[in-house]
Design a protein around this ligand. Sequence first.
Ligand SMILES: Cc1cc2nc3c(=O)[nH]c(=O)nc-3n(C[C@H](O)[C@H](O)[C@H](O)COP(=O)(O)O)c2cc1C
Length: 189
Amino acid sequence: MKRVVVAVTGASGQIYAKSIIDKLAKLSESGEVDFEVIFSIPAKGVWKEETGLDVPKSDECSYIVNNYDFGNRNASGSNCSDSMIIIPCSMGTIGRLAAGTSDTLILRAADVMLKERKKLIIVPRESPFSLIHLRNMTTLTEAGAIIAPASPGFYQKPAGLEQMVDIFTDKILDIAGVDSIKKRDRWGD
Ligand SMILES: Cc1cc2nc3c(=O)[nH]c(=O)nc-3n(C[C@H](O)[C@H](O)[C@H](O)COP(=O)(O)O)c2cc1C
Protein backbone atom coordinates (compact mmCIF):
# COMPACT_ATOMS: atom_id res chain seq x y z
CA MET A 1 0.00 0.00 0.00
CA LYS A 2 1.31 3.44 -0.94
CA ARG A 3 2.27 5.67 1.98
CA VAL A 4 1.91 9.44 1.58
CA VAL A 5 2.63 12.24 4.04
CA VAL A 6 0.96 15.61 3.47
CA ALA A 7 2.31 18.82 5.01
CA VAL A 8 0.14 21.92 5.14
CA THR A 9 1.97 25.22 5.67
CA GLY A 10 0.82 28.80 6.14
CA ALA A 11 0.51 29.92 2.52
CA SER A 12 -2.70 30.85 0.81
CA GLY A 13 -4.40 27.98 -1.06
CA GLN A 14 -5.69 25.87 1.84
CA ILE A 15 -8.48 24.70 -0.50
CA TYR A 16 -5.82 22.56 -2.22
CA ALA A 17 -4.82 20.98 1.10
CA LYS A 18 -8.46 20.23 1.92
CA SER A 19 -8.99 18.61 -1.47
CA ILE A 20 -5.89 16.40 -1.10
CA ILE A 21 -6.80 15.40 2.49
CA ASP A 22 -10.42 14.56 1.50
CA LYS A 23 -9.23 12.40 -1.41
CA LEU A 24 -6.63 10.56 0.67
CA ALA A 25 -9.14 10.00 3.51
CA LYS A 26 -11.51 8.36 1.01
CA LEU A 27 -8.76 6.22 -0.51
CA SER A 28 -7.56 5.16 2.94
CA GLU A 29 -11.08 4.03 3.89
CA SER A 30 -10.94 1.56 1.03
CA GLY A 31 -7.41 0.48 2.05
CA GLU A 32 -5.75 1.98 -1.01
CA VAL A 33 -3.40 4.39 0.77
CA ASP A 34 -1.91 4.97 4.18
CA PHE A 35 -1.46 8.67 4.91
CA GLU A 36 -0.60 11.23 7.55
CA VAL A 37 -1.11 15.00 7.66
CA ILE A 38 1.04 17.57 9.47
CA PHE A 39 -0.06 21.21 9.88
CA SER A 40 2.40 23.99 10.68
CA ILE A 41 1.15 26.45 13.33
CA PRO A 42 0.65 29.30 10.77
CA ALA A 43 -1.23 26.88 8.48
CA LYS A 44 -3.89 26.37 11.14
CA GLY A 45 -4.79 30.08 11.05
CA VAL A 46 -4.79 30.34 7.26
CA TRP A 47 -6.84 27.11 6.95
CA LYS A 48 -9.51 28.52 9.29
CA GLU A 49 -9.55 31.86 7.49
CA GLU A 50 -9.75 30.43 3.97
CA THR A 51 -11.91 27.31 4.43
CA GLY A 52 -14.04 28.54 7.36
CA LEU A 53 -13.54 25.09 8.92
CA ASP A 54 -11.86 23.94 12.12
CA VAL A 55 -8.49 22.31 11.63
CA PRO A 56 -8.83 18.52 11.92
CA LYS A 57 -7.77 17.36 15.41
CA SER A 58 -5.63 14.32 16.19
CA ASP A 59 -8.20 12.87 18.63
CA GLU A 60 -10.85 12.97 15.88
CA CYS A 61 -8.72 12.16 12.82
CA SER A 62 -6.14 9.40 13.24
CA TYR A 63 -4.10 10.73 10.32
CA ILE A 64 -3.19 14.05 12.02
CA VAL A 65 0.35 14.21 13.40
CA ASN A 66 1.84 16.96 15.60
CA ASN A 67 4.48 19.10 13.88
CA TYR A 68 6.85 18.67 16.85
CA ASP A 69 6.48 14.89 17.17
CA PHE A 70 10.01 13.94 16.17
CA GLY A 71 9.27 10.38 17.30
CA ASN A 72 6.86 10.03 14.37
CA ARG A 73 7.89 7.40 11.79
CA ASN A 74 8.27 10.06 9.07
CA ALA A 75 11.19 11.59 11.01
CA SER A 76 13.33 8.56 10.22
CA GLY A 77 14.90 7.46 6.97
CA SER A 78 14.37 3.85 8.02
CA ASN A 79 10.59 4.25 7.94
CA CYS A 80 9.76 7.15 5.64
CA SER A 81 6.80 7.47 3.29
CA ASP A 82 6.85 6.68 -0.42
CA SER A 83 6.10 10.30 -1.18
CA MET A 84 5.54 13.62 0.56
CA ILE A 85 3.42 16.55 -0.62
CA ILE A 86 3.81 20.05 0.87
CA ILE A 87 0.62 21.84 -0.13
CA PRO A 88 0.40 24.79 -0.10
CA CYS A 89 4.06 25.53 0.62
CA SER A 90 5.03 28.92 2.05
CA MET A 91 8.22 30.71 1.10
CA GLY A 92 9.26 30.41 4.76
CA THR A 93 9.10 26.61 4.66
CA ILE A 94 10.90 26.58 1.29
CA GLY A 95 13.70 28.74 2.76
CA ARG A 96 14.07 26.63 5.89
CA LEU A 97 13.99 23.41 3.89
CA ALA A 98 16.63 24.70 1.46
CA ALA A 99 18.79 25.53 4.50
CA GLY A 100 18.25 22.05 5.99
CA THR A 101 17.14 23.25 9.43
CA SER A 102 14.93 20.20 10.18
CA ASP A 103 13.49 21.99 13.23
CA THR A 104 9.89 20.84 12.81
CA LEU A 105 8.50 17.44 11.79
CA ILE A 106 7.50 18.91 8.40
CA LEU A 107 11.07 20.07 7.77
CA ARG A 108 12.64 16.88 9.12
CA ALA A 109 10.29 14.60 7.11
CA ALA A 110 10.98 16.60 3.93
CA ASP A 111 14.72 16.50 4.63
CA VAL A 112 14.45 12.73 5.04
CA MET A 113 12.66 12.40 1.69
CA LEU A 114 15.53 14.26 0.01
CA LYS A 115 18.29 12.26 1.68
CA GLU A 116 16.51 8.96 0.96
CA ARG A 117 15.93 10.03 -2.67
CA LYS A 118 12.16 9.68 -2.26
CA LYS A 119 9.54 11.79 -4.00
CA LEU A 120 9.07 15.23 -2.42
CA ILE A 121 6.42 17.36 -4.16
CA ILE A 122 6.34 21.02 -3.21
CA VAL A 123 3.37 23.21 -4.19
CA PRO A 124 4.62 26.78 -3.64
CA ARG A 125 2.24 29.74 -3.37
CA GLU A 126 3.55 33.22 -3.78
CA SER A 127 3.49 35.91 -6.44
CA PRO A 128 5.74 37.45 -7.54
CA PHE A 129 8.80 35.42 -6.56
CA SER A 130 11.94 37.14 -5.24
CA LEU A 131 15.41 36.02 -6.26
CA ILE A 132 15.70 34.37 -2.82
CA HIS A 133 12.54 32.31 -3.46
CA LEU A 134 13.76 31.30 -6.91
CA ARG A 135 17.23 30.37 -5.63
CA ASN A 136 15.74 28.29 -2.80
CA MET A 137 13.46 26.48 -5.26
CA THR A 138 16.46 25.83 -7.51
CA THR A 139 18.38 24.40 -4.55
CA LEU A 140 15.48 22.09 -3.71
CA THR A 141 15.12 21.01 -7.34
CA GLU A 142 18.84 20.23 -7.46
CA ALA A 143 18.38 18.15 -4.29
CA GLY A 144 15.64 16.11 -6.01
CA ALA A 145 12.38 17.85 -5.03
CA ILE A 146 9.62 18.45 -7.56
CA ILE A 147 8.35 22.03 -7.58
CA ALA A 148 4.74 21.85 -8.79
CA PRO A 149 3.14 25.29 -8.58
CA ALA A 150 -0.62 25.56 -8.49
CA SER A 151 -0.92 26.88 -12.02
CA PRO A 152 -3.84 24.91 -13.45
CA GLY A 153 -4.27 24.35 -17.15
CA PHE A 154 -7.30 25.88 -18.77
CA TYR A 155 -7.62 23.42 -21.65
CA GLN A 156 -9.74 21.17 -19.43
CA LYS A 157 -12.27 24.02 -19.24
CA PRO A 158 -13.07 23.72 -15.51
CA ALA A 159 -16.63 24.72 -14.68
CA GLY A 160 -15.50 26.64 -11.58
CA LEU A 161 -13.04 26.91 -8.70
CA GLU A 162 -13.84 23.51 -7.18
CA GLN A 163 -13.32 21.67 -10.43
CA MET A 164 -10.11 23.57 -11.06
CA VAL A 165 -8.82 22.52 -7.63
CA ASP A 166 -10.04 18.94 -8.19
CA ILE A 167 -8.13 18.65 -11.49
CA PHE A 168 -4.99 20.10 -9.93
CA THR A 169 -4.99 17.85 -6.84
CA ASP A 170 -5.58 14.77 -9.04
CA LYS A 171 -2.43 15.77 -10.89
CA ILE A 172 -0.46 16.12 -7.65
CA LEU A 173 -1.64 12.68 -6.43
CA ASP A 174 -0.74 11.28 -9.84
CA ILE A 175 2.82 12.67 -9.48
CA ALA A 176 2.90 11.23 -5.93
CA GLY A 177 2.26 7.79 -7.42
CA VAL A 178 -1.19 7.30 -5.97
CA ASP A 179 -2.22 5.04 -8.84
CA SER A 180 -5.82 4.63 -7.75
CA ILE A 181 -6.59 8.28 -8.34
CA LYS A 182 -8.77 8.44 -11.42
CA LYS A 183 -6.88 9.42 -14.50
CA ARG A 184 -8.32 12.46 -16.19
CA ASP A 185 -8.41 12.73 -19.94
CA ARG A 186 -4.80 13.13 -20.87
CA TRP A 187 -3.76 15.38 -23.66
CA GLY A 188 -3.67 13.41 -26.92
CA ASP A 189 -5.71 10.38 -25.65
C1 LIG B 1 -3.85 34.84 5.41
C2 LIG B 1 -2.38 34.59 5.17
C3 LIG B 1 -1.95 34.23 3.91
C4 LIG B 1 -0.62 33.98 3.66
N1 LIG B 1 -0.24 33.61 2.40
C5 LIG B 1 1.05 33.32 2.15
C6 LIG B 1 1.43 32.86 0.85
O1 LIG B 1 0.61 32.72 -0.06
N2 LIG B 1 2.72 32.52 0.66
C7 LIG B 1 3.66 32.62 1.65
O2 LIG B 1 4.82 32.27 1.40
N3 LIG B 1 3.33 33.06 2.90
C8 LIG B 1 2.06 33.40 3.17
N4 LIG B 1 1.69 33.83 4.43
C9 LIG B 1 2.75 34.01 5.45
C10 LIG B 1 3.12 32.71 6.17
O3 LIG B 1 2.00 32.20 6.88
C11 LIG B 1 4.28 32.98 7.16
O4 LIG B 1 5.46 33.32 6.45
C12 LIG B 1 4.56 31.80 8.07
O5 LIG B 1 5.67 32.11 8.91
C13 LIG B 1 4.86 30.54 7.31
O6 LIG B 1 5.19 29.54 8.26
P1 LIG B 1 5.17 28.00 7.87
O7 LIG B 1 5.95 27.88 6.61
O8 LIG B 1 5.83 27.32 9.03
O9 LIG B 1 3.76 27.56 7.73
C14 LIG B 1 0.36 34.09 4.70
C15 LIG B 1 -0.10 34.46 5.98
C16 LIG B 1 -1.43 34.71 6.21
C17 LIG B 1 -1.87 35.09 7.60
